[in-house]
Design a protein around this ligand. Structure first.
Ligand SMILES: Cc1cc2nc3c(=O)[nH]c(=O)nc-3n(C[C@H](O)[C@H](O)[C@H](O)COP(=O)(O)O)c2cc1C
Length: 320
């Protein structure tokens, strides 16, 4: 019996997989993660220096992003024929991967893996094109497979109420000069910068009368007060529980939802303003009838790709 394959991954397999993990989403593209190859596997660690002091004071969004990055890592390892299994940690090593028995990647893993580099946040106007039947069920199932939940918000009244909550939270955040300074520090960066959100990826400046209040990433103004989609497809994502490990699970669920959406040809936008303000987060939870706080509002639809964010190099995010 050989034991070498059950210790840890080869350095090159590790580095290649990390090269895919970093394409996970993170608030303002802050990339709050590090990856460590250990004697037993790979640890995904939160990078405390990159947790936003104003936007994410308790590190919730950072833990979510580490979960999303771990999701990418697991897919990349599976597709390399060297799959892993994991446990969630309680210290800075949020996800601890260990090698599992060799097996070929499933067709689903291959599809989701191929979506990693195509996935991105789309802040441009969405077309007035209804999502195809069955899509919402597929996305809900994607969240469930990672022990998360995704609740679609349907009907004019519920959509208007959610939009009003986002607007209220956005107004409250923008009234705080520290929030505005932090947002500015991470945005308006050069297109192609290795962190933060450039103008092209950031989309047009939000219009004051737009239904869904978007953050201002420094883009030029748009003429329309609303995008063409008559009824936005909106959903709220969360995990069962309120422990730190549940934030990581929410990130794994988010990543599977986003990769599934990408694979289905959908564009996705994110709105986290209402979960960043404790009062609106509580009201969103009550409106959904969920026992636990939601993590993110998502919008799905069809829109052309007009800009991507970039990432730091693998060398910048690995430690040994
Ligand atoms: C927790 C979290 C909160 C986010 N909040 C917002 C948001 O409110 N508005 C927005 O346009 N994008 C939001 N994003 C998207 C990030 O800005 C985006 O993931 C990052 O800039 C990297 O770009 P990419 O998703 O295109 O790869 C959020 C992402 C995460 C993970």
């Amino acid at each position: 019996m050989t034991t070498t394959s059950s210790t840890t991954w080869a350095p090159e397999t590790f580095l290649t997989a990390v090269g895919h993990a970093v394409w996970a989403p993170s608030i303002h593209n802050s990339q709050p993660w590090r990856f460590r190859r250990t004697a037993h596997g790979i640890d995904v660690l939160v990078d405390r220096d990159r947790v936003l002091p104003v936007g994410d004071p308790d590190g919730r969004a950072a833990r979510l992003s580490c979960g999303a990055a771990a999701g990418n890592l697991l897919l990349a390892l599976a597709v390399a024929g060297a799959p892993g299994t994991y446990v969630l940690g309680r210290d800075d090593a949020l996800v601890r991967l260990t090698p599992a028995a060799h097996r070929p990647a499933t067709p689903q893993e291959q599809r989701l893996f191929r979506a990693i580099r195509r996935r991105h946040t789309n802040r441009h106007p969405f077309a007035d094109q209804p999502v195809e039947p069955g899509v919402t069920a597929r996305l809900t199932e994607a969240a469930r497979l990672e022990n998360g939940w995704l609740d679609f918000v349907v009907g004019d009244q519920a959509i208007d109420a959610l939009a009003a909550l986002i607007r209220e939270a956005d107004n409250r955040l923008n009234a705080d000069p520290r929030y505005v300074a932090e947002l500015r520090a991470w945005t308006r960066v050069a297109d192609g910068a290795v962190e933060g959100v450039g103008r092209q990826a950031g989309g047009p400046a939000p219009h004051p009368a737009e239904l869904m209040a978007r953050r201002d990433y420094g883009g030029a103004g748009q003429r329309e007060s609303r995008d063409p989609a008559r009824e936005p497809v909106l959903a709220v994502l969360g995990a069962h529980g309120s422990l730190h490990t549940d934030d990581v699970r929410a990130g794994m669920a988010l990543q599977r939802v986003l990769l599934t959406a990408t694979d289905l040809g959908l564009a996705a936008a994110m709105f986290s303003q209402p979960v960043e303000v404790p009062e609106t987060r509580r009201r969103l939870r009550l409106a959904l009838g969920r026992p636990d706080d939601p993590h993110l509002v998502l919008r799905f639809g069809y829109a052309p790709t007009l800009g991507y964010t970039n990432r730091r190099s693998v060398a910048d995010v690995v430690e040994s």
